[in-house]
Ligand binder design. Sequence first.
Ligand code: GAF
Length: 368
Amino acid sequence: MTVWRAPGRINLVGEHTDYNDGFVLPFALEVGCTAAVAPGPAGSDGWSVRSAQQPEPVVVRRSGLAAAPDVPEWSRYVLGALWLLTDRGVEVPALDLEVDSDVPSGAGLSSSAALVCSVARAVDDHLGLDLDDAALFALTRDVENDAVGAPTGGMDQLVSLRGRAGHALFCDMRSHETRAVPLDLAGSGLAVLVADTRAPHQHSDGEYGNRRSGCEEAARRLGVPALRDVAAADLDHALARLDDDELRRYVRHVVTEDDRVLSVVRLLDEGRLPEIGPLLTASHVSMRDDFRITVPEVDTAVNALHGAGALGARMTGGGFGGCVIGLVPESAVEPAGEAVRAAFADAGFGEPSLFTATPAAGAHPIAG
Ligand code: GAF
């Protein structure tokens, strides 16, 4: 049996920039998904998938994606790697797969990337394929885009595969080159406090796709391959060339967000972690006012964190609910958590879940 674990993630800054070929700065979490792969029982010729979080196993015949049967969505995140490897000419034998995740689902912490990446690494290892970093990344991104049909941008898979303990991962989403950047929270007496708002992700799939196609349309009208190609210094000029207010707001968010990622990376490289706070907050304001992907629960949590002494706070992930992060002095973790709880109670929102997050390792094998 071959067993791998891959983590969920927090994105420190750089939201909705990945599918614009831009920059992101996520870090891997302790929570993750464990995938175990074993040969199928003698005489079996299919693939069987079990999840500790799902009541029914799923068993399918071996095939490529075009011949894939209709199966529950969760299992497509697992079987996707097998379908796509088959399409790429790999003879995938009968297998039994088992997955078990402790990433809260629907919280915007990338439970799906943890699932996809743990399976891809375990299958690669079990079959001795020895896929390189680029091929593993392409496989995991394609599982989500092609086998599941979610038009996501690849950041989550990249950090789940390549994250490093004690570091954030600076990713260039055009070249897919990555560099670990020190994020020594304890050394600065700071903590990343996470507030899972548990706000329902209403319409999030359609809204995500709309933002993505809006950005692509703006790039087309501006005559650039992607919004990454609009330099921050040329932003005003680019905005003046667009007559659609919605597209102008999208462009302003993406261009300024790319710039914020570069600024945060520069500060971290110079050992100036406490100074990134205002950039995190500016990112939130841009998501709220320009990209318009926040919801009242998220904005309430950000305001409460600021009121309780956070150096900066922002929503993390795709938006329309999910988690907020606050960069807070260690001594303020408890009161800041209480402030979020109190603000939620006052607003009549459900109870949020609060925890601190430290940068952990990306996908790694576990003794089977
Ligand atoms: C989701 C997507 F999966 C990522 O690719 C990214 O676009 C993110 O939303 C927003 O930054 O997590």
